[in-house]
Ligand binder design. Structure first.
Ligand code: SF4
Length: 372
């Protein structure tokens, strides 16, 4: 999501005549896109923005713009914390960047011919997945209405909003015309896309099968793998979506479906809206419908009050399900969220020990990833 947001901000800058500089010292504008989903990410962003004071001291005309979730974090006086920052742009509000650029007295300083493109070219290389082509991210919805008790996203990205399907299809059409055939549809919970994720996948398939197929053939791929989507909330993983993924040859058979905990009491405290039995049912449905499906997940250990037994339940779930990939985290307390007020926060040492144990169990139970 952050990559997609950065691309959208880049487009705004380019439309205003700016181009990517090779390094910070060369830049007229330093745009920092931030994430606050975990304390670690927030600390890194805050450290970088603070250290940028030195750059501004060397080049007083440098404009520093703080974008993303740090600019929207509730209860934080960021203007006071970062007085050297010239503008704060919360997520999904690129029009505020347009307005800021419009008010700049001096136009962008042109770089020597071709220099600004170097960084873009290297970014495109980074985005190549397994060498099979450039992946473009398309945000189909943003915000979230779920309010999982540990998550700050609804507070910083706001309530759920689905982009109209015509708008999404028109963006995809432009990309396909540019030869891009590897597309990832993004949202905090794509399964609750207002106009139907299954409908959208079928529309994409109906509208662009030939260009997608051509790109796929050129890269010598098999019968799938050009349209993918993430992230899926397990509660909203409908039979209809599973059926669409099964039937559409150019949709990757990948499901990114965060479990978060294998213990029902913890899931309830997390306000996830499903229990382990529901999750197992969805995994069974996916695997019986699409035998080659790849399922990845996220797990948080050390949630406030998590007992040893509850942690063990998560390990047992990992052993039972056998994921293709698992993203693992020690619980990171975020201000303003409900879980911040829960009793019995666990010591960092316990959280880290559980994380290490989880890593070991995941390693022993991971299915071999099949990128084909
Ligand atoms: S579904 Fe839960 S974890 Fe995911 S973004 Fe929404 S509130 Fe956060």
């Amino acid at each position: 999501m952050n990559v997609a947001d950065s691309e959208a901000l880049t487009k705004v800058l380019e439309s205003a005549g700016y181009q990517a500089a090779d390094n910070e010292k060369q830049a007229d504008i330093l745009l920092v896109n931030t994430c606050v989903v975990r304390q670690n990410a927030e600390d890194k962003a805050a450290w970088y923005i603070t250290s940028a004071k030195g750059l501004k001291a060397e080049k007083p005309n440098l404009k520093i713009i703080l974008c993303g979730c740090l600019a929207a974090e509730p209860g934080r006086d960021i203007k006071k914390q970062f007085p050297h920052v010239d503008a704060f742009i919360p997520p999904n509000q690129p029009e505020r960047l347009v307005e800021f650029l419009r008010l700049q007295p001096s136009p962008p300083t042109p770089l020597p011919e071709g220099e600004g493109r170097k960084r873009e070219a290297s970014q495109q290389t980074e985005n190549r997945g397994e060498g099979i082509g450039i992946t473009k991210y398309i945000t189909i919805m943003h915000g979230c209405d779920n309010f999982c008790s540990y998550c700050i996203v609804p507070y910083v990205r706001g309530r759920e909003y689905s982009r109209p399907m015509d708008e999404v299809l028109s963006e995809i059409k432009t990309l396909v015309e540019q030869g891009i055939t590897n597309i990832t549809l993004l949202g905090q919970n794509v399964n609750s896309y207002k106009y139907g994720l299954a409908n959208l996948l079928r529309e994409i398939e109906n509208l662009f099968p030939f260009s997608l197929a051509r790109g796929q053939r050129e890269r010598g791929l098999g019968g799938e793998g050009l349209i993918s989507f993430l992230t899926s909330h397990p509660r909203d993983m409908s039979d209809e979506i599973i059926k669409a993924v099964a039937e559409l040859p150019y949709v990757a058979k990948d499901f990114v479906m965060p479990l978060q905990s294998g213990d029902n009491e913890i899931l309830k405290k997390m306000n996830r809206g499903y229990n382990l039995e529901h999750y197992l049912g969805r995994v069974k449905k996916i695997r019986s419908t699409i035998p080659q499906a790849r399922i990845s997940t996220d797990i948080i250990v050390g949630f406030p009050g998590e007992t040893e037994e509850q942690f063990e339940n998560t390990l047992r779930a990992i052993e039972k399900i056998k994921f293709n990939d698992v993203h693992m985290f020690a619980y990171s307390a975020r201000p303003a969220v409900t879980a911040a007020k829960l009793p019995d926060p666990l010591p960092e040492t316990v959280k880290q020990a559980r994380l290490q144990k989880l890593i070991q169990v995941v390693r022993e139970n991971l299915l071999c990833y099949n990128a084909g």
